[in-house]
Design a protein around this ligand. Structure first.
Ligand code: SIN
Ligand code: FE2
Length: 211
């Protein structure tokens, strides 16, 4: 049974990784309203990979550092390359949610300085990758799913390790760190659907300690 008040089930994905079912359900609407505000100042855009491909996931950021990619590579930048201005500040409610989720996943004292916001539409996927552009790997990754469901691929430390397929629903929060910090992960192509809060999209917030 899904707990509407965020004290729900914890599903282990292996050592150092878990999905907190429904953890962000109660605050979903407020988070999405804040995402609309962030994207008014720093619009969603399709970035280019170092290899020259346009990413199908639309992205923006808030917080001190934002994850960006272009022909020069993957990195964190304190200014939005599209606007030349600092990324919008991370709302205190985001930071608070990320800290609580990290603690529930076994990582106390998480202080995120970066929130990457991903927007998926049906057909959009994110291929298997590691989050490895952060300065150190001591802090976990906290990843909040909102809107349309998705299948999260969660693998091991080698690209060749066969990933598990983890269905994620709106309000679920994945946390990985410690021995799982560099686990390969990705998102299968999103299925068609309609969500009462986001319509025909999935919004994912990924909190990191980048700098
Ligand atoms: C990511 O790996 O940056 C996002 C994963 C997700 O959308 O759940
Ligand atoms: Fe990632």
């Amino acid at each position: 049974m899904r707990d509407l008040f965020g004290g729900g089930d914890i599903e282990a994905l292996g050592d150092g990784a878990a999905v907190l079912r429904g953890f962000a359900l109660r605050e979903a609407k407020d988070i999405l309203a804040a995402v609309v505000e962030v994207s008014a100042a720093a619009p969603f855009r399709h970035m280019t990979t170092p290899g020259g491909y346009r990413m199908s996931v639309a992205m923006t950021n808030c917080g001190r550092a934002g994850w960006v990619t272009d022909r020069r590579g993957y990195r964190y930048a304190c200014d939005d390359p599209e606007t030349g201005r600092a990324w919008p500040p991370m709302p205190p409610s985001f930071r608070d949610l990320a800290m609580r989720a990290a603690a529930a996943g076994g990582f106390d004292g998480f202080e995120p300085d970066s929130c990457l916001i991903n927007r998926y539409e049906p057909g959009t996927r994110l291929s298997l990758h590691q989050d490895r552009d952060e300065r150190d790997y001591a802090a976990p990754i906290v990843s909040v799913s909102l809107g349309l469901p998705a299948v999260f691929l969660f693998g091991g430390l080698q690209r060749s390790d066969r990933p598990r397929r983890v269905p994620l629903e709106s309000g679920d929060v994945a946390v990985w760190g410690g021995p799982a910090r560099l686990a390969f992960h990705g998102i299968m192509p999103l299925a068609e659907g309609h969500d009462p809060l986001t319509g025909r999209s999935r919004i994912n917030l990924t909190f990191r300690r980048a700098l």
